[in-house]
Design a protein around this ligand. Structure first.
Ligand code: GDP
Ligand code: IMO
Ligand code: MG
Length: 459
């Protein structure tokens, strides 16, 4: 069977930790979208691993697959594999031949486009990994795929076609001289050809490329268990998120089918677990109706740290939760749980279960709030509007919960659900009721052992 792990909010919900928690029962862990914009954390016996391309199952020695829906930067993939090897892991990663390749010019273009947008305060706040420009080329039918790296003739032909266009884009549209760039080789066919042919050789020598759909279907036919590791989250999904402040792929559950080559039926017959952070964080720009305080540079219209109670609270939660970007190190914006967002996510993904993380971070607060619904033009609405402009007009209607004490969370994790402080259980019951979905796990700390498991979706 399959278990699909999906972020229900704006990313960084603790997906990596949940993949690791249940990964013991999985034989294969497959990513189906995104690239090295992801930063997934696994903590095993106090040792922390931050993974960006290598699927999180690697910590448990599981086979990893990067599906056709992913965008793969071979340089960062090999660096990550080598770094994990040095730390004693032995990642076995297979890469879809249909997956698209991030090239150096994609990163350069990501940077230039953000810079240009920043003149009108409309930058997305991307991770700068070249994700958007690579998916643009995929949709524009001019992308290079992993399979192309294995055939030097095809590689050269495709580079010759596309690199001259990218050079013209940078020079003629953006007015930037390639020779002035930090990495002028990013637009040099010969240099790119040599470097990427070499990646192709390493992929081939290590037998790393697969037809992902066939590979996964064979495993399932053999009775193996497959876990899909979503990256990012529903509200930064290019279709279901708050466009244009989104990533360029489909983190939602449908992406697990299109991004691996298995059918929607296979994914839908399995479990789809929504990962929920007990509050809300956001890296980058865009609206956030339940935001507390703000972060200069990311929160729209927030020009200087303003102080005040809400900002103090945001800072407290940010520090308690270590809410700094895994990839970029940026402080994450912090807010209360946004329940209309979760209703939207539950519908778009069809969650069969939930994992609610970080309830330990909120411990010690007198009061915990949730945005239960929105006020939009004097009307109460319960789901997110479809346009980002309308979402920005939403004022949350808050509900208040009594806070819960900080306790020995490891002991709670061992003792089970009933050992969770009563007020935290009331909060969890509310979330479960609103989404009409059972809670399978509750995160009470970053470690593998710091989760209360109610149900293992593989059983
Ligand atoms: P991902 O991108 O969804 O995999 O999440 P990240 O790894 O970017 O961010 C989640 C952070 O919270 C990591 O530092 C995790 O180790 C940590 N974490 C995950 N679950 C919990 C939890 O229940 N409690 C606490 N305190 N930290 C958690
Ligand atoms: P994980 O998998 C949180 C955000 C960026 C930016 C927007 C677009 O760790 O949850 P991109 O570089 O993808 O073009 O940036 O999406 N973003 C994430 N935010 N967690 C992530 O991944 C993210 N990946 C991208 O901050 O706002
Ligand atoms: Mg992350």
């Amino acid at each position: 069977m399959t278990v699909t792990i999906v972020g229900s909010q704006l990313g960084d919900e603790g997906k990596g930790g949940i993949v690791d928690l249940w990964g013991d029962a999985a034989d294969v862990v497959a990513r189906y979208q995104g690239g090295d914009n992801a930063g997934h954390t696994v903590v095993e016996d106090g040792t922390e691993y931050k993974l960006s391309l290598v699927p999180s199952g690697a910590v448990r020695g599981k086979v990893g697959v990067l599906g056709n829906g992913c965008v793969v930067n071979p340089a960062t993939l090999f660096d990550e594999i080598d770094a994990l090897r040095e730390r004693g892991l032995d990642p076995d990663v297979r890469v879809a031949r249909r997956a698209h390749v991030i090239l150096p010019y994609h990163r350069v273009l990501d940077g230039i486009e953000e810079e240009v947008k920043s003149d009108s305060d409309s930058e997305v706040g991307t991770t700068g990994r070249g994700i958007g420009p690579t998916y643009e080329d995929k949709a524009g039918r001019r992308g290079l795929r992993v399979g192309d790296l294995l055939d030097s003739e095809v590689l050269r032909e495709k580079l010759e076609y596309v690199v001259s266009q990218k050079r013209a884009l940078v020079e003629d549209v953006y007015g930037v001289a390639v020779t002035d760039l930090d990495d002028p080789d990013a637009f040099d066919v010969e240099a790119l050809f040599e470097e990427y042919r070499e990646y192709g050789r390493r992929l081939a020598d290590n037998d790393m490329t697969v037809n992902a759909g066939d590979f996964l279907a064979d495993r399932l036919d053999d009775g193996q268990e497959v876990m899909f590791e979503g990256a990012q989250g529903t509200i930064i999904d290019i279709d279901h998120g708050n466009y244009p402040y989104v990533t360029s792929s489909n983190p939602t559950a449908g992406g697990a089918a299109t991004g691996t080559g298995l059918s929607p039926g296979v994914v839908g017959n399995g479990e789809v677990v929504g990962i929920v952070k007990a509050y809300l964080t956001r890296v980058g720009s865009g609206p956030m109706p339940t935001e507390l305080g703000g972060v200069v540079g990311d929160t729209p219209g927030y020009d200087e740290q303003g102080g005040g109670d809400n900002e103090e609270l945001a800072t407290y939660i940010r520090e308690e939760g270590g809410e700094y970007g895994t990839v970029t190190g940026r402080p994450r914006r912090v807010g209360w749980l946004d329940v209309p967002m979760l209703r939207h996510a539950a519908r778009a993904n069809g969650f069969t279960g939930l994992a609610v993380n970080h309830i330990d971070v909120l411990a010690g607060l007198d009061e915990v709030k949730v945005g239960h619904s929105y006020d939009l033009d004097g009307e109460e609405v319960f789901a997110m509007p479809a346009t980002t402009e309308r979402w920005a007009d939403c004022e949350p209607n808050f509900r208040s919960f009594d806070g819960w004490d900080d306790v020995d969370w490891s002991a709670v994790a061992e003792a089970g659900y009933d050992a969770i402080p009563e007020n935290a259980r009331a909060y969890l019951d509310y979330v479960s009721d609103e989404l009409d979905t059972d809670i399978y796990a509750v995160g009470v700390g970053p470690g593998r052992e710091e989760s209360v498991v109610v149900e293992n979706p593989f059983r």
